[in-house]
Design a protein around this ligand. Structure first.
Ligand code: MN
Length: 206
């Protein structure tokens, strides 16, 4: 069963002004669609790996044969990351707030929500070139911030610096913000907090 582009859980224009409709349209129907198509191409004819879920592909990327691994890593990661990204955003005012449990963990690890947001944005700013910044829940239940290059993600144990179950992730490829923000990645990251879907983050954390 080939992978397909998921529907957005809101209208393309619903995240304005943080993310404009044109960026959302091109990002999803061109960039994300290309990751889906190229992942399907890479897995075409692969009897075993062709049956794996997207999570399994990322979690066990080291088991994918080296002949197809770069294509599966880039495009499987791209499909996972973008499918996740659309879900952890919501129209301004509808995303709720961090739960009591998540707030306690953020306070303990980062010294408060503002300090967490600052550290998370810094991870996004320091990612040179293209990639993602992440908040993850590690295997021991603790929280960590990190970033990955290209379309890698924290499920790809053995291949990335930050490992765990992603709770929050922000795309810092230029294609995610350049139409509206040009080179101002910091402005994009600041405006992005308005459209974080904390309800979804809370559910993953729990
Ligand atoms: Mn992207």
């Amino acid at each position: 069963m080939p992978f397909t582009l998921p529907d957005l859980p809101y209208a393309e224009s619903a995240l304005e002004p943080s993310i404009d409709q044109k960026t959302m349209n091109i990002h999803r129907t061109k960039h994300h669609q290309a990751y889906v198509d190229n992942l399907n191409k890479a897995l075409d004819g692969q009897a075993e790996f062709g049956k794996w879920s997207l999570d399994e592909i990322c979690l066990q990327i080291g088991s994918i044969p080296e002949t197809i691994r770069p294509a599966v890593r880039n495009n499987g990661g791209g499909h996972w990351n973008h499918s996740f990204f659309w879900k952890i955003m919501a129209p301004k005012g509808s995303g709720g707030a961090p739960s009591a449990e998540l707030t306690a963990a953020i306070d303990q690890t980062f010294g408060g929500l503002d300090a967490f947001k600052k550290a998370f944005a810094e991870a996004g700013m320091k990612r040179f070139g293209s990639g993602w910044a992440w908040l993850v829940k590690k295997g021991d239940g603790s929280l960590a911030i990190g970033s990955t290059p290209n379309q890698d993600n924290p499920l790809m144990k053995g291949f990335v610096d930050v490992v765990g179950r992603p709770l929050l992730g922000v795309d810092v490829w230029e294609h995610a913000y350049y139409l509206n923000y040009q080179n101002r990645r910091a402005d994009y990251l600041a405006a992005w907090w308005d459209v974080v879907n904390w309800n979804q983050v809370n559910a993953t954390f729990a």
